[in-house]
Design a protein around this ligand. Structure first.
Ligand code: NAD
Length: 280
């Protein structure tokens, strides 16, 4: 039976350290958060950011915009936050409304205030192994692996999901540890190759966004399973992996909720503190 990889507990430990660091800063770090339209997932993430900010002594400035906001107005707000000397970090809550192109918009956030590490300049630094801030979810997965002291050298790591916020940056971080990284996605599945990759994984990370998408019977005995997925089913949060069968085969598995999620928001705060320290 798998041991639980509880991000929640690791997050508490990291937050204790961050709280002390924040206490040593000349003033409270300020995080500006921008959300356009309504989305239950984004709203839950905002609540978690607000709660964590309050607990750590971070000032959280929330800007809620109409779902019909146009790109020009959104860019104007971002540029105002960039110019505001009191603001340390800017986060754009996803998803943005369908008519707004995130890949275009994220480049307007000042790279020095980019708490999510999503600006092309920060992505470039990541590729060069010189990142100042890491994309939060990818960093959260790396923290989970660090917590069990797993040697990543030469391990077969399969990441299902190739999004810019999870799969792609995570693949880069794992490559830097000399893991053999396979990134799977919809194309892998259409080609009928997904099962084969999952069966071969020493470490499996899943970020697809489909409940019970991964059949637990496919998990290799003794594998480490990290479930990034967040799905709402009958008012409950569940992951992408069929937990009951997977936990019988895996050595370690993250619960959902309480796995990756609490660490993601903690990584966001860690980035903010890094940025605030550089200013100091
Ligand atoms: P996304 O929609 O941008 O990407 C989904 C990925 O899944 C893509 O690579 C796509 O090709 C792949 N995919 C979709 N259907 C597939 C199929 N049938 N077979 C194989 N691959 C398939 O999603 P995202 O923004 O990366 O988020 C993924 C999930 O992770 C969501 O549930 C999201 O809520 C969750 N998430 C959680 C955290 C956290 O902190 N826990 C952070 C970010 C995202």
């Amino acid at each position: 039976m798998a041991k639980l990889l509880e991000g929640k507990i690791i997050a508490e430990r990291i937050k204790e350290g961050l709280k002390k660091e924040i206490g040593g800063l000349p003033r409270k770090p300020v995080l500006a958060s921008v959300m356009a339209g309504d989305n239950p997932g984004a709203e839950a993430y905002v609540r978690s950011q607000q709660k964590t900010s309050a607990a750590l002594g971070v000032e959280y400035l929330f800007h809620k915009l109409d779902k019909d906001i146009n790109e020009a107005k959104l860019i104007e707000l971002i540029q105002g936050l960039n110019a505001d000397k009191a603001v340390n970090g800017v986060i754009l809550q996803l998803p943005l409304p369908a008519h707004i192109d995130y890949k275009n918009i994220c480049r307007f956030v000042d790279p020095e205030k980019d708490v999510e590490g999503m600006h092309p300049a920060n992505m470039g630094r990541l590729i060069c192994g010189k990142a100042k801030v890491l994309p939060c979810t990818a960093a959260a997965v790396m923290e989970l692996l660090k917590s069990i002291d797993v040697d990543l050298y030469g391990r077969e790591v399969v990441v299902v999901g190739h999004s810019g916020i999870v799969g792609k940056p995570l693949a880069l971080l794992l490559l830097d540890k000399l893991s053999t990284v396979t990134v799977c996605h919809i194309g892998t599945n259409v080609a009928g190759m997904l099962e084969e990759h999952i069966r071969a994984a020493d470490i499996l990370v899943v970020a697809v966004g489909k409940e019970r998408f991964i059949n637990g019977e496919l998990i290799k005995d003794g594998a480490i399973v990290i479930d990034v997925g967040i799905n709402r089913v009958d008012g409950k949060i569940v992951g992408d992996v069929e937990f009951e069968t997977a936990e019988k085969r895996a050595a370690y598995i993250t619960p959902v909720p309480g796995g990756v999620g609490p660490l993601t928001v903690t990584m966001l705060m860690r980035n903010l503190v890094e940025i605030a320290k550089q200013k100091k």
